[in-house]
Ligand binder design. Sequence first.
Ligand code: GLU
Length: 315
Amino acid sequence: MVEIDTMPELEQALAEVAAEMAERTDRGSVATYIPQLGKVDPGKFGIAAVTNDGRVILAGDADQPFSIQSVSKVFTLTLALGKIGDALWHRVGREPSGNPFNSIVQLEHENGIPRNPFINAGAIVISDVLLAGHQPREAIGEILRFVQFLADDDTIVIDREVAASERATGHRNFALANYMKSFGNLHHEPELALGVYFHHCAIGMSCRQLAIAGRFLANGGRNPTTGHSVVSTERARRIGALMLTCGHYDGSGDFAFRVGIPGKSGVGGGILGIVPGVASLAVWSPGLNENGNSKLGSIALEKLARMMNWSIFAP
Ligand code: GLU
């Protein structure tokens, strides 16, 4: 892993990547299956890096909030592990799915146990875990407060219009939840678990806020500036391992191959990337590639990682 003292060029690298992305016309397609997401300008691009020594470096639209969608699954996984620990793995697997994010096929073969916490089915089970002992609005509040705490920013809010838009069109997620309920892998009514799920996917954050929220993962479970411990070092490593192997749906192998760091994407076009020991990164470009991951976001992280010699496989 590179040393911190190789970092002065980071500011320049971010600016170069953002300038190059601004020029590109092949920006992918904005998700329209959630109608509210279809209204976002595909010309947007933002990128943020927060180094473990506390530097915040931004380029492009890095302060504009966007719908973090599945990136929120990193935070709900962290909360659920805090709540029930390794018992979670009886209800959710830890293997890449090799299938689209909303696939139902595997669930039948695997008796309603989703492959991993980052596909939709897995994240719906995690919402069900976070519901235990709570009303949905309390569970949603707990998730939002956790994200605000991680980002050290209580202005972060849930976009109710995005949540409503997703509920209105979320037939496939209803199918997944009902199917898992039939196997006994949801303990609450599907409607309630989905209410939590739709709302945490609708959290709006900027690249700056997202990169700050990810800092604990780049620093062995502890925010390097405040010293607050979020999870144990072992747990931070394991969340990173899941991001690397499962964070980009059926494009996870390709992202690991091209970028070489753990990352989690969302259909809003955001990606959270972690360079262990060095920095937390967030990028946003709303147009998606064929796997539903941010097209320019993935390219930008690939370029940045190459420029900075960042890879978890670097000597
Ligand atoms: N809320 C989205 C859905 O359930 C999340 C998908 C994603 O971000 O990849 O379809």
